[in-house]
Design a protein around this ligand. Structure first.
Ligand code: FBP
Length: 338
């Protein structure tokens, strides 16, 4: 089979009427920037890019040098690209306008420039997550409220995982597709089209060290998984936790599984750990387009009306069967204790 490059794939999507020229060019700009991030992350200590940057981000988290470098690479590439009205990042409090000297476009871009950055110094896979929205009509200087659109309004979502191979996973709402970076040619090549996540799975991902803080329905659900075939679920379950959402989600996209970052007593006041606009929404779009499901434990993530740029939510995503069971346990508990 003749290899299909990302550029060819984008042209096919345009001919199919799934995307317009501007969105196609925006994805080219974003993925080209991710190739530069792949080079930066692969340098490790030789590039002097490991360790803390000595500054905190808007969430009060210590920034890694590569958080800052990745953020700058994406900002710079998208500033002159001409396809954006503005962008927003995990690393910046407010939306970043496009400098007046550059042409503006009709799209809004949100991104987590380097997800899983707590793993960068120990050479475990990290990634970039992005989401694209339409800029509301007649808005030339987008404000925060222009970004606060439900996940169902996303025009595109994707992530790039910087691991042994550099992989791009992308959706425009017409299936989810994977591309592998051919480092010799410098192009992303289609490696899996129309990915399907198995509905059933025997593999779950959660940070077990938070167990004592979980809500009762989460305790029940995980307790039953751990009880295995002698327990009410009648089968054994295996556990994995990379602590890089991109890597955990990519495993699920590849062989099925279910991922949880539930609400717990420690993070209740914040509403969760993971961010809705540039982690949960894009991953939910990608997973749903691959036949999986994504909820907060109570609601479909992509139906949520956002209230803040850096809003956090609980995340349950992956194989539909297990997301439905865990969500049902939470809804039943809410009814029982209402
Ligand atoms: P950032 O690294 O972008 O802040 O993302 C948060 C994250 O690292 C996710 O990638 C991962 O799923 C989770 O936090 C890990 O949490 P924990 O440290 O509790 O295991």
């Amino acid at each position: 089979m003749k290899p299909v490059s990302l550029i060819q794939f984008l042209i096919e999507e345009r001919r199919a009427g799934h995307i317009n020229a501007e969105l196609s060019l925006l994805i080219e700009v974003v993925t080209r920037a991710c190739k530069r991030i792949a080079v930066a992350t692969s340098k490790g200590a030789l590039g002097g890019v490991l360790g803390n940057a000595g500054s905190d981000n808007v969430q009060g988290e210590a920034q890694k040098k590569l958080d800052v470098i990745s953020n700058e690479i994406l900002l710079e590439a998208n500033a002159w690209g001409g396809h954006l009205a503005a962008c927003a990042s995990e690393e910046m409090e407010d939306p970043q306008p496009i400098p007046d000297m550059y042409p503006k476009g009709n799209h809004l871009l949100l991104f987590d420039p380097l997800d899983g950055s707590s793993n960068i110094d120990v050479n475990i896979s990290v990634g970039t997550i992005f989401s694209v929205l339409r800029c509301p009509e007649d808005v030339t200087e987008p404000k925060v409220e222009d970004f606060l659109q439900p996940g169902t309004q996303q025009l595109a979502a994707g992530y790039v995982v910087y691991g042994p191979a550099t992989l791009l996973v992308l959706t425009f709402g017409h299936g989810t597709h994977e591309f592998t970076l051919d480092r010799e040619v410098g192009s992303f090549i289609l490696s899996r089209r129309d990915i399907r996540i198995p509905e059933q799975t025997a593999e779950f991902a959660i940070n077990m060290s938070n167990q004592r803080h979980w809500e009762a329905p989460m305790q029940r659900y995980v307790g039953e998984l751990l009880a295995g075939k002698e327990g009410p679920r009648g089968k054994d379950f295996n556990m994995r936790w990379v602590a890089s959402m991109v890597a955990d989600v990519h495993r699920i996209i590849t062989r099925g599984g279910v991922f949880f970052y539930p609400l717990d007593a420690k993070i209740k006041a914040k509403g969760g750990k993971l961010r809705l606009m540039y982690e949960a929404n894009p991953m939910a779009f990608i997973v749903e387009q691959a036949g999986g499901a994504a909820t907060t434990g109570r609601e479909r993530i992509m139906d949520l009306q956002p209230t803040g740029l850096h809003q956090r939510v609980p995340v349950f995503l992956g194989s539909k069967g297990e997301v439905e069971v865990a969500t049902r346990y939470h809804r039943e508990a809410d009814v029982a204790f209402a």
